[in-house]
Design a protein around this ligand. Sequence first.
Ligand SMILES: Cc1cc2nc3c(=O)[nH]c(=O)nc-3n(C[C@H](O)[C@H](O)[C@H](O)COP(=O)(O)OP(=O)(O)OC[C@H]3O[C@@H](n4cnc5c(N)ncnc54)[C@H](O)[C@@H]3O)c2cc1C
Length: 474
Amino acid sequence: MVSSRTTSLPLLIIIVGGGIAGLASAFTLRKAGHQVLVLEQASGPAKGGGGMRSPPNMTRILMRWGLGRQLAAQAIKGSEISFRLTRTGEKVGAMVFHEEIMNAFGADWLLIQYDDLYSWVYSLAKSAGAMIRFSSHVVSVDPSRASIVLSTGETIRGDLIIGADGLSSVVRRSITGRAGPTLSTGRQLYVSNTSIPSELMKSDHSLHALLREPKLNMWMGDGFAIYGSPVSGYRNYCVTIAAPIRRNREGHSVRFDIDYATLEPRLQKLLGLVRIDTVTPQLSDRPLESLIHDSNKVILVGAAAHLIPDGQTQNVAMGIEDAAILGNLFSRLRSPDQLPSLVSAYEEIRLPRAAEVLASEIGKLDQVTFLDGSELQAIRDKGLRAALSQTVLAWDQADEEMLREQWEEHIHMFDYDADEVAEDWWIKWGNLMDVGRQNRQEESRLQGPFGGRMHICVSQVSDAPAPRRMGMRA
Ligand SMILES: Cc1cc2nc3c(=O)[nH]c(=O)nc-3n(C[C@H](O)[C@H](O)[C@H](O)COP(=O)(O)OP(=O)(O)OC[C@H]3O[C@@H](n4cnc5c(N)ncnc54)[C@H](O)[C@@H]3O)c2cc1C
């Protein structure tokens, strides 16, 4: 359940971008008692998209938001990730989601279709009372006034702006000062996500078999990767391609740089059924240095903040976590002088997580796209093959050392509980913030004939190190 605590100082919050992170933030901030206006450039609710994963750190939040019934009906509980070679289809490795460990997380690793999650989060935001305006393309942001300008010339002013406008964010520009997104310094991958209706696969025996397995198949190729999984109650099969793009002489992208003839037969058939509409570039492999503007009136969430390429394990989860944390923090707003500290708290909490997750996701993407014949590829395949025999054993029969090695990073990623992190922050710092506020109120009450000398510095009442930025911004 979302906390029933609401602010006593409702703000007008403008959210730029009505994708999943924007709508999720609209939901939690409405629940926290704020007025929310979502500005989305598309002409209506999103359609299409491919597959995504909901790791336990995301599923846990969706359950608390009351989406258990929808997840049970449409999401597919993933049993494993199978690592295969694109040339032969050979399964060289696996990551098995044993019941024992998944029970410990208290939430499942799910396969979900983008459309499904979008429609659930859209309904949550709408029924919580968020205003969602389509055909509203934001062209500029004035961070100091918390205002935005639409392509029609209309200016809208609020108290706070949330930039949820995706990888090519306009709002991010107002924070980084740079015109465009930073492109990765390494090999440039592009990603496409599509889904294939199950009817198109059923007539082919080998494709039908893929459709029925609750698994993510990850085919690793020569500098590219292709992932596939059933979604939406096995009604569709989603295919994600991460590969370099081949360009024509004019520099326009023409198609993925994949030699289709080298692919195993199932992949050739699968890709023959895929219609690629849009591709998104892999952006920087370095996290942003700041997620907020110095004015404390602009905050970035989702892909705009975290730069994780589409189709990865945590790209959607990060926007959901951001929303959970925003809702928690902003439900506590009681006076205007708390606002800078709460905005800084968001950044304080999210920056380290963002850096860890981006590094982990880029690392995993690198591993599945090593070039054929490279030393790294040989080491990867040897390691995967050596672990495979152990991985597929029952949890209590597998080698403990190997399991620990395989799971260590995932445990760190999956165990993150955004609600708990925000609560912990508040217990540690928020109460002190309240003490500071009460003292300031008392101070101003006493000012006048006696002069104001009652202020207690927050750092004097705590042994713990002060948060990096708390209260530092005017
Ligand atoms: C239609 C669609 C389908 C997707 N399908 C998949 C998928 O199948 N698998 C997957 O892993 N990821 C998919 N993604 C990406 C995934 O949603 C994100 O990586 C992640 O959920 C973070 O979401 P986000 O809301 O931050 O960004 P996004 O999902 O990119 O949403 C950003 C939103 O902001 C809007 N916007 C951008 N600029 C402006 C502007 N200037 N003014 C107003 N609005 C603006 C965009 O139209 C978009 O709706 C998809 C994204 C979209 C938009």
